[in-house]
Design a binder for this molecule. Sequence first.
Ligand code: ADP
Ligand code: MG
Length: 237
Amino acid sequence: AEEMLIRSEKLSIVGQLAAGLAHEIRNPLTSLKGFTQLLKSRSKDDAFYFDTMLTELERINLIVNDFMTLAKPQLSQFGYGNVNGMLEHVISILSHQAIMMNVALISKAHKALPDIYCDENQLKQVFINLIKNAIEAMPKGGNVTITAEQTNSEQLRIRIRDQGEGIPDTIANKLGEPFLTTKSNGTGLGLMISYRIVEQHHGSMTIKSSENKGTTIELLLPVHGEPLNKTPTAHIG
Ligand code: ADP
Ligand code: MG
C-alpha cells in the first residue's frame, strides 16, 4: 500500500478569483440555457445541435456549481452541529439518485454523537461529494455503508464504504488535484473541495481502495475544532 500526501494549501487568491468568476458566470448561463431550450422547441430540424449545446452548457453548470462551494464564506458559519443529522439530510438528498442507480444507502444505526464544531453546510458538501462518488463507482448497483462513531472524547470517525470498481492505480497519486476525473460527465473537483473543507476543520481524510472490491473513505473530525495533528493522506492498495 502506498501512502500519499494530498496538496491542500489554504484558499489562495487564485481560488477566491475562481470562485468569484463562477458566481458571475451563473446568471448569463441560466439565460443561455433557457433561450437554447426555447430555440430547440421552435426548430425541430436543428434539435441535434441544440442538444449538444445544452449538454455543453450543463457541463459548464456542473463546474461552476462545484466552484461555487469554494466561494462561501469560510469562518463565519462555524458553530456546533450534529453529524448524524447532517448525514440523515444528505442521505435524503441523494436517495433519489441512489434508487435510480440501484444503490442502497445504508446508514448504520449509531448512538447519539456529541455535536461538533463545524460549518454544517461545508461538511454536508463533503458528505455529498463522497457519497456521490460511492454511488457513481457502482454502475451495476450495490451498497454504500455509512457509519459515524465517536472514537474518544475528542474525535468522531465517519466511514463511507462502497462495493465499487475501486480507484484506478493510474490516478491514485494524483487524488485531490483539480479536474482529475475518470468520468465522462465528471468535474474532478469533488475530492479537492472535500480535502480542503476537511482541512479547514482540522480533520483528516484517508482513502483505502482496492480494485473491484471497493473504496472506503475515512474522515476523522475533532469534536471541538482543535487540530488532531494529522495531515490529510490517502492510502491506496
Ligand atoms: P468526479 O467525481 O467529478 O470525477 P472527484 O474529485 O469527486 O471528481 O473524484 C475524482 C476521481 O476519483 C473520480 O473520477 C474517480 O476516478 C475517483 N474516485 C473518487 N471516489 C471514488 C470511489 N468511491 N470509487 C472509485 N473511484 C473514485
Ligand atoms: Mg465526484
